[in-house]
Design a protein around this ligand. Structure first.
Ligand code: SF4
Length: 365
């Protein structure tokens, strides 16, 4: 069985309950639903299938076994691997595998939407606009492909972050359904704490996540300590003020018991001054949040015709030192895959949209 570009519903879209109902309707014992999840999906990352005779063929007739197929792959010198996955409607999404410092571990970054409507000016994804939400199965598919990719390099996928294409809070139901199944002992057996959901600062989304209280980590992409700079960089910043976002994150942290991460991508001359470092540290003064400073992977001309550059290492280190001098807990994350199209949306942009079979062979998987 393989990927089908036909409109058949992908098997990974089905929950255990859905699968059990289908089994029952076909005269199979419903208890095999768990085995389908374990054996069939597990087999796609190297395991063996042991399903009742005939069941596999019937499944293949009724469902697309994969929700996406690999269209392109780029591997960086640092081991970062970017996958471009083609969905049944020829749209494409990106997923990234990042090797950990531990030689046997890796992290995966998955997308939640095709394209993005958020319009962050420094991001390549937004340049193609928003196309549609991903189904839970299409998110799980990314997890399966990343897991297989990790195993092929002798690593185990240990963490998943929703920091790829799209704003997870605007597709939260499907994100949560995917998270629940990735955490399912028969599929990924991930602890909820091994999963991070990020947001550009959609306050109602953070509240909705808090109500669902799945126990995942929350990451807020702040990128500026003040409303004016933020609104200039991220249109969502015009709608939600920095204080409102951080207060929503406070409430999430209180409910979940998990420390929120503040993502801050340093852009030369935009958000990297020592005064901005001081202001950011000041925002953290009464909070137990961790700041991750990110190195920017340039993406060419922005939506507004600007060119953003990463802050120099000297500026970056001075910014980090200032944060720490003011008592903030901050870390510098190394740039991943600078020699490939590692920034969100870059590989897809290079490939052409929607998936174009005329893309040079060099870029095809
Ligand atoms: S940075 Fe994230 S939220 Fe902003 S446009 Fe890009 S994908 Fe969307």
């Amino acid at each position: 069985m393989s990927f089908s570009s036909a409109a058949a519903r992908p098997l990974v879209d089905l929950s255990e309950t859905d699968t059990a109902a289908w089994m029952k309707s076909r005269g199979y014992n419903e208890v095999h639903a768990r085995r389908i999840i374990r054996e069939l999906l597990g087999a796609r990352s190297g395991g063996k299938q042991r399903l009742p005779d005939g069941l596999e063929d019937e499944l293949a007739e009724s469902f697309a076994i994969q929700a996406a197929e690999l269209a392109m792959k780029q591997v960086s010198e640092d081991g970062t691997t970017k996958l471009l996955l083609r969905l049944h409607d020829s749209r494409t999404v990106e997923s990234v595998l990042m090797p950990d410092y531990h030689p046997d571990r890796a992290s995966g970054c998955v997308s939640s939407q095709v394209g993005c409507a958020m319009g962050c000016d420094f991001c390549a994804t937004t340049q193609t606009g928003f196309e549609r939400n991903l189904t839970s199965g299409e998110i799980i598919e990314q997890y399966l492909q990343l897991r297989r990719e990790a195993l092929s390099t002798g690593r185990k996928l240990r963490t998943i972050v929703f920091m790829g294409m799209g704003e997870p809070m605007l597709n939260l139901q499907n994100v949560l359904a995917a998270v629940e199944r990735i955490a399912h002992p028969e599929l990924g057996a991930f602890g909820w704490r091994q999963i991070t959901v990020s947001t550009v600062g959609i306050v109602p989304g953070i509240e909705e996540l808090r109500s669902a209280n799945p126990g995942v980590h929350l990451a807020v992409s702040l990128h500026a300590p003040d409303d004016a700079t933020r609104a200039d960089l991220l249109p969502a910043g015009k709608r939600f003020a920095v204080n409102d976002i951080l207060e929503a994150a406070d409430r999430y942290q209180e409910t979940s018991g998990r420390i929120t991460t503040i993502q801050y991508c340093l852009l030369e001359g935009v958000n990297d001054s020592l005064a901005q470092a001081r202001d950011l540290a000041h925002l953290m003064k009464t909070r137990r949040m961790h700041i991750n400073l990110l190195r920017y992977n340039p993406t060419g001309l922005s939506l507004r015709g600007r060119t953003y550059l990463p802050s120099s290492m000297e500026t970056t280190e001075a910014f980090l030192a200032k944060l720490r001098a003011h008592g903030a807990v901050a870390h510098l994350r190394r740039a991943r895959g600078p020699d490939i199209d590692a920034a969100c949306g870059q590989l897809r942009k290079r490939a052409g949209l929607p998936f174009d079979p005329k893309v040079p062979k060099l870029f095809q998987a």
